[in-house]
Design a protein around this ligand. Structure first.
Ligand code: F6R
Length: 613
């Protein structure tokens, strides 16, 4: 949610900033801007809308871009103030000498704004960010030191922030500072970078420094000094970037989403190789650092948002059966308002692909304060959420670039699956026979996922038939409901088609009134005890003329004439079926959105890392 970049070195600054921002576009695309410090003055260039608009603007300004060695840039997801050029970052001080970019929210901005206006500062935008510029500028006028001014000013700010700040009179440095928002320093060869995330600098630096909260970095071309806000120096390790530069390449796919969907069989393969060594061997924790007192746990709460919340619902279904413990799931944004009964007998699990979701972090913090044991699942072990517990399960799905989560969801399901089994082993809640049967079906999953994805041409053809409907109903029962919820979310977020998921048994209590020939129903059938009732629900939908599509196991004997279209999944056991059934639903959403000409990787109004509550 907003992306920052800073660069100091001998490369062409504007194009270096632009290429970094290009790889941060998943964080927002409402506007973009850069500022260059060319010793004599700060030049700011901003454009509303996508980065492409800024690029076009810069092409008309080439004469002004040449002489600078230092600059900062920003890509915005609008919070305070509409997506206009005035509200775009970088923001300038009134004397035009101090400039900054910001990710986060300054919660006390209104009170600060009033105070600064009373002192004579003139505001040109509606943003919370502009208060920070004037505040630092005010402090600069007192100390004539950018470092001192930043230290004094940020102590007055409440909320979350990562800033890159430059001053015309100190053209040898960029100051970076953070609190509750991500920021890294990239160490290059006689050049240095600052960025919100690794994709902006991957392949350009030899190592990175993770800035911690309330730390400030003074970044020069040939040095990086890190200090606490008290002024005390901090020695930071320079870490290697673990990701391959392939993460920022589409590798021939039209969109990152399609590339990431197709990565899923291998992600599953690697995950299972690490944790399920063989059917007759115990589950391995591999490189996870987990130390939980299972004997103390009387209840489990799983908190997450969006797609990660759907993964939580999957775990709830499996674990209540396997562990015989109550599992509550809660949208992180709601957890904090509940008079919940979390205490030292609870295990609270936070699931977050990005590890930066503000709602989830706040909820995890609250659970920690209540004395619960904590476990975190994240795709980014370098993210903010990992500060709250040593117990971390890395999802190892690789950086997910497309805004819509696909491969990280599958990695979450796999992680929740093996961890549930590990726990069942620890407390002996499943027999050896049960454990072996479950592990056997889990080990078959990667090959089955490959097979499902090999039918993508059929799904594309189906998408073509369905893309002009305006509304969809997804329905399922039991553990497959998570799949209906996720399938509907995928469709609506990237195609902007209204899609709602229901427990199939609930349809007759109201939503069935919606059904007619213009409302396709997607039924996720599964196997076992829910199947016969699902078939009845399908018949009810068909009787109302709804076009009926089903995802079903190929081993089931189904009344084929009931369905307008059947997506067959290779025979798979309970628990495995929803992982596989999700794959054609991802593809369907993708091909519908692409067929409608949507910007699949960057759907409107969304951003990948939701760092505001
Ligand atoms: C949907 C999607 C979002 C995220 C949600 C939580 O495709 O990506 O619903 O799942 O914003 O994000 P994380 O998992 O990063 O906390």
């Amino acid at each position: 949610m907003c992306g920052l970049i800073g660069y100091i070195g001998n490369n062409a600054v504007a194009s270096t900033l632009l290429s970094g921002l290009k790889n941060l576009e998943y964080r927002g695309y409402d506007s973009a801007g850069i500022a260059l410090n060319d010793n004599n003055m700060i030049d700011v260039f901003k454009a509303k809308g996508k980065l492409e608009n800024l690029k076009n603007l810069l092409e008309t300004q080439s004469a002004k871009l040449g002489s600078s060695h230092i600059g900062i840039g920003h890509i915005r997801w609008a919070t305070h103030g509409k997506a206009t050029t005035e509200n775009a970052h970088p923001h300038l001080s009134n004397d035009g000498k101090l400039v900054l970019v910001h990710n986060g929210i300054i919660e006390n901005y209104q009170e600060l704004r009033r105070q600064l206006q009373a002192e004579g500062f003139v505001f040109h935008s509606e943003t919370d960010t502009e208060t920070a510029v004037h505040l630092i500028d005010r402090e600069y006028k007192k100390s004539h030191s950018l470092e001192q001014a930043v230290i004094s000013a940020v102590k007055l700010l409440r909320g979350a922030f990562a800033f890159c700040i430059m001053h015309q009179d100190e053209p040898d440095k960029i100051i970076a500072v953070r609190k509750n928002a991500p920021l890294i320093i990239g160490i290059g060869n006689n050049e240095n970078y600052i960025a919100s995330d690794i994709p902006a600098i991957i392949g350009k630096v030899s190592g990175i420094i993770h800035l911690a909260d309330n730390e400030l970095a003074i970044v020069r071309q040939d040095s990086v000094e890190v200090k606490k806000l008290s002024g005390e120096p901090v020695i930071k390790p320079i870490e290697k970037i673990e990701f391959s530069p392939d993460v920022i390449s589409k590798l021939g796919y039209k969109h990152f989403m399609l590339k990431e969907i197709n990565e899923q069989p291998n992600i599953l393969r690697q995950c299972l190789a690490a944790h399920i060594p063989a059917v007759d061997q115990p589950v391995s924790l591999d490189e996870c650092t987990i130390s939980l007192d299972f004997t103390k746990i009387k209840n489990i709460s799983i908190i997450a948002c969006g797609t990660s919340l759907h993964a939580a619902a999957f775990a709830q279904n499996l674990w209540e059966e396997w562990l015989h413990l109550p599992v509550h799931i809660e949208a992180a944004s709601e957890y904090i308002y509940k008079h919940n009964l979390t205490d030292e007998n609870s295990l609270v699990i936070g699931i977050s692909q990005s590890g930066e979701t503000a709602d989830t972090i706040t909820a995890v913090k609250q659970a920690q304060e209540k004395g619960a044991q904590l476990l975190l699942l994240t795709n980014r072990t370098d993210s903010s959420i990992t500060r709250y517990s040593e117990n971390v399960i890395p999802l190892n799905a690789g950086i997910e670039v497309s805004v819509a989560a696909t491969k990280s969801y599958t990695a979450q399901l796999a992680a929740l699956y093996w961890f549930g089994l590990y726990w069942a082993e620890q407390i002996s809640s499943l027999s050896q026979g049960q454990l072996q049967a479950i592990k056997q079906s889990l080990l078959e999953l990667p090959a089955l996922a490959e097979e499902v994805l090999s039918h993508s041409a059929d799904i594309k053809a189906l998408a073509d038939k369905l893309k002009n409907y305006h509304n969809f109903v997804y329905m399922a029962r039991g553990i497959n409901l998570t799949c209906a919820l996720e399938g509907a979310l995928k469709l609506k977020e990237i195609s902007y088609i209204n899609a709602n998921a229901y427990a199939a048994g609930e349809l007759k209590h109201g939503p069935i009134a919606l059904l007619d020939e213009n409302m396709p129903v997607m039924a996720i059938l599964g196997s076992g005890i829910t199947l016969s009732k699902m078939i009845s629900n399908c018949a009810e939908a068909k009787a109302r003329n709804a076009p009926l599509i089903a995802v079903a196991s190929e081993k089931e004997d189904l009344p084929l004439d009931l369905f307008d279209y059947l997506i067959k999944i290779p025979g798979a056991s309970h628990g495995i079926f929803p992982i596989l059934a999700n794959l054609p639903l991802q593809l369907l959403a993708y091909y519908i959105a692409d067929g409608l000409g949507r910007e699949v990787d960057q759907p409107r109004n969304l951003a990948k890392s939701v760092t505001v509550e």
